[in-house]
Structures are given as structure tokens and as C-alpha cells.
Design a binder for this molecule. Sequence first.
Ligand SMILES: [Cu+2]
Length: 504
Amino acid sequence: MTNYPRQMFNRVLCVYLYALFCISISTSALAQRDPNKVLTYEHFLGQTPNTGAVKSFELNASVSKLTIAGAKPTTLWSYNKKVPGPVLRVQQGDQVKITFRNNLPEPTTTHWHGMRVPNAMDGVPGVTQAPVAPGGTFVYQFQALDAGTYWFHPHMRSHEQVERGLYGVLIVESIDDPVYDQEWVWVLDDWLLTSQGAVEDSFGVRDLDTGGRLGNVLTINGKNKPAFEAKAGERIRIRIINASNARNYKLDFGAAVSNKEGVIFAVDGNLTALPLQINGFEIAPGNRIDIDLTVPTGNIKRIPIVNTFFHREARGNVSTGLETLATINIVGQTQTPKSFDIPKHERMPNWSSAHQLPIDYSYDFSTKINFGFLWNGGPTVHFVINEKRYGEHEVTQLKHRKFYHLRFTNGTGLYHPIHLHGMFFKVLSRNGVQVNEPFFRDTALLDYDGSIEIGVVPVDLGKWMLHCHLLEHSALGMMTLVEVTEKSKKPKNQSSSGALECQN
Ligand SMILES: [Cu+2]
């Protein structure tokens, strides 16, 4: 009996110390996993309003004669007989319903690039849906959760289907969007055309062993070197989408446009915390940027827009680097520029020390000789992630609402635009050097022989693709899957820390 109070004291002390330990562990774990203690996705994305509206669209993929780059009509594959396909516009919070019909001679699916959609709507054949057979239909339905510039394209044999013209734009407007004088949507693409203006037909073999299919004609909205008209002083929003299979862009608006008159304010649909300089910003396949341009006043009459991204030698008659993409002609009366703040992300996490956290998963992008095809003229290499092709990997398991530090390394002398479905991520370092990109993105260019580390907090459940968006590379295996599941609940009667259990 005399020992009873002491035993009680020991037990109470033990429980108290254990509770203290647990609190300190969870606090330090929180601080360690997320240096800025921003753990909820809603915190940095904001809540989606519910408009109650349903926006319905019909989308038909078909083969038809169309004109590209001013050449004679040629056979293209397209959505709604337009290249680029339609611009679908919805409001943030709308329910979007797209009735898709496949009139192509082969199966396809439609992927909503960058959109956070329910997993079953992501358009990945064999993962989220069965391929839509020729003559078949599929209804895509999702809520437009995040405002921004998105695009859609097939996720099946996309190195050929996208290249033949299958892509369109999805714009999610926000009630907070400022009213610009004009809004332009520019879809960038490069086409490998024959001298007759037809799409060069040798898909596969010749393009597949290389840095991808680079075209010999660059287009914006299907036109080579188009001209746009604007008044001096007009404030214009330019939504730019890189729909090329393999070509990267860096836009240069020239000396007439200072870093105040023209800035990037959104990347991959996501507002940036700070305006970014246009010149030098890499736009890899899949990337989007939104530009806020105030047309300069003064004596300038035209603004040439040049691509300064230099690609190494490509096959065919390809000019690389310093290619004029478009011209803005300044016409009419000068007007007083509209005055409103450049839109910005108000809740962007800093994650400034996150690159010091342990790496959760590493992905090495490399190539492997494909002995099986050496004798029949097929592709001679596989493009692999961690030595394995798509279908051979274990699915990376991620818990939702948890911070992950992922690393990508490149063992090839080629560029790889890394694209993650179903989530946005922040680049933490490039080539071992810490960077602080003030924005989220869904596609990042992995430099040849370089590395990238990213931070991501997945929130939407399901199996999502992680792949190279250089479409010839993904066709040759450079894809894998991550699966986001809810945090596991701790089984009952199981202590989380056996070492601290009370002994008496
Ligand atoms: Cu690649």
C-alpha cells in the first residue's frame, strides 16, 4: 500500500513526459516537414467559390483538311475542326461538362493539362479510363477549382496525336481577374512540314531516338509570324501555351518593353507572388505563362517577339534560336494606360529551407539501349526513369496534405520537361543551387545533365502520371505513376512510440 502513491506519481509523470515528448515531436516534425508551417493546400490555393453554373461543351476529334501556316489545305487531326482547337472558357467554381466524341481512326483520350480534376477525369488510358475507341464518346465532368490558363490534349500516342494538331485551350476565369483592354491567347507550336505544306509523316522511328521532333515552321495559333494590333497605352493580357512536342521557348519582347511594361504574372495557371521578367523565362512543352503587357507609348510602331531559346541541331531545314514568332503593330490613338495592380499570389509559401529536408523520392531520367529493336529499324533506345520504362515501376506512394521533397536527375544530354498530373509543385533547387521560384507550376524543364528538386503537397487522391512532356520521350517509356492516398489512420491499441512506454 505504501508504494501505491509513488506508483501513481510515476505513472502520471510518465504520461506527462510522454505527452510532452509527443507534442515536441509533432511540432518539430511539422517545422521540419514544412518550414513555414503551411500545410493545408487550401491555405495557399484559396477556396473555390461555387457558382452553381454548369458549362457544357461538345468536343469532337476528327481528321480533316485544314490550313496550317498559310500553306495549302492539308490533313490535320483536330478538335472541332480547328487548329488550335476551341478555347473553352469557364468561371472558377463552375461545373464543366465536356462531351467528347472520337472520330479519329484510332483510340484516344483527353487530358486536362494542369487542371486539378477528379482522378477518373484525368484522361490517362489504362489508369483513369479506358481508351475512347473510334466512334466512341466519353463525358468529362469536373469543377473548375483553380483560375488560370490550361490546355487539353490526348494522352494516347500523344507524340503523334498532339503533333498532328490535337490540342485546345481551357481558360478558367476568376471574378478577381482585372479587365484588360484586350486578351490574347497564343498557342505556340512548331510543325515539321514537307515542301508541300503537309505534316511530315514519319512519326516514330526518326524522331524517337533524339531530343524529340522539332519542326521547321513555328506558329502561333496556326499562323507563321502572325501580327497583332494594339494601341499604345493599351493593357493586354497574353495567355501563352507551349503545345510543341519538344521545342522550348524563351520570349524576348525587345528593348521597347521594359520589365515594368511587360511582366509574367502567372505560370502554369498559377499566379506568381511577384511579377517575373519575360526575357529568359523558359517555356517548356506543356508550360503556360500569362503576361501583363502595357503597350509602350512613344515612337515605337512595332514590337517583334523573338524566341531566344537555342536548340541544338535538329533534322531538316530547321533554324534554331532567334526566331521571330510574332509582331505587335502599334496602331491608332494612344490611350491612357489602365491603372490596376498586377494580379499576384497572396499566399505563396516560401519553403526557403525545404531543400535541406531529406529527399523522399529520387527519379533519374536516362536512356537504355533497346536491343529488341536493333535489327528491325525500330527505336534503338528506351527513355527510362530509374532504369525502368513505364509499366515496370512500383507506384510511388504519397499521402495527401503531406509535404514531399522530390529530386529529378538527368543522365542524358537532352532536355526533359517534367510534368506531374493532379498537383502543383514548387522548384526548390536547380543543379544543386537553391532557387526561390515565387510560384507553383506543373511542368519544369530539367536541363541536360542537370537536376531539379521540388516541393509538393499533393491533395487530390488517385493515381497521377509523372512523366517527361517531351512527347517522343514519354512514348518511349519516360513515364511513371504516383498514388496519392489519405493518411493512414493509426490502428487501435498500437503505441506510436514503444521506446517511451512506461515500464512500471
Ligand atoms: Cu524527356
